[in-house]
Design a protein around this ligand. Structure first.
Ligand SMILES: [Zn+2]
Length: 233
């Protein structure tokens, strides 16, 4: 496969090759209260999305047709999107898909284009995701946060730099796995299957933080783990 990035439209169309799974429309009877002013809100329609997801079944990647319910505040009139657990905002390729590609790039020996092709992504995307993960956090801080969340967690052996194609991304992924495992062990519900998905998904559900490749905060702070165990909400 060529390393040349196809044009924007072609690149978006690559995932069309994946099987499309139509998800049923689901929403609660009422939307949550407005997160800016706390007033009651009402449902305000749906937004159609087509995320590429890695469901719980291992080594399967699917494209979903997923309608996201939209809410609107009755007081400040701000509109917002409600995301079901496991769906991360502003990501075509969802976090578990990204994590598995980055693991292959960082630790594997297969050509990057082949790894990217397994999820219909370009090698440029795979490289961009790898750089994003590498810059997302310090591996040592993630391991420390994991020990803080769950003191019973065993010492995590970070991968040896000499064996990794991208040592920093490999170390950050290992740190995210440790923290994600610790969060699951203390009872934080997680439908994601990778550390990256679990940790960022939990941050989003708990604090509303969104870490984007091109927008939003770029660097993850493990200060979120301070103050002891996370709540299970
Ligand atoms: Zn409001």
């Amino acid at each position: 496969m060529s390393d040349v990035l196809p044009g924007g439209a072609d690149r978006k169309r690559l995932s069309v090759l994946l099987p499309l799974v139509v998800q049923p429309r689901r929403r609660d009877a009422r939307p949550p209260p407005c997160r800016w002013c706390g007033a009651a809100s009402w449902w305000n329609g749906w937004r159609e999305t087509f995320p590429v997801v890695a469901p719980a079944v291992a080594s399967v990647v699917e494209r979903w047709q997923l309608a996201l319910p939209l809410g609107k505040c009755s007081c400040c009139h701000r509109a917002f999107t409600c995301y079901p657990p496991g769906v991360y905002p502003r990501r075509h390729y969802q976090l578990d898909v990204v994590a598995e590609v980055v693991a292959g790039v960082a630790l594997g020996s297969e050509p990057i284009a082949h790894i990217a092709a397994t999820v219909t992504a370009s090698s440029t995307s795979a490289r961009r995701w790898t750089a994003w993960v590498a810059a997302l956090a310090r591996a040592g801080e993630l391991v420390a946060a994991a020990a803080q969340v769950d003191p019973s967690v065993a010492t995590v052996a970070l991968p040896s730099p000499s064996v990794a194609r991208h040592p920093r991304a490999a170390a950050v992924l290992a740190g995210l796995e440790a923290l994600g495992t610790a969060l699951v062990r203390v009872g934080v519900a997680a439908v994601e299957r990778t550390g990256l998905g679990r940790v960022l998904g939990w941050q989003h559900r708990r604090h509303g933080d969104v870490y984007g490749v091109v927008r939003g905060p770029r660097s993850f702070s493990s200060a979120m783990a301070h103050g002891g165990r996370p709540t299970t909400t």
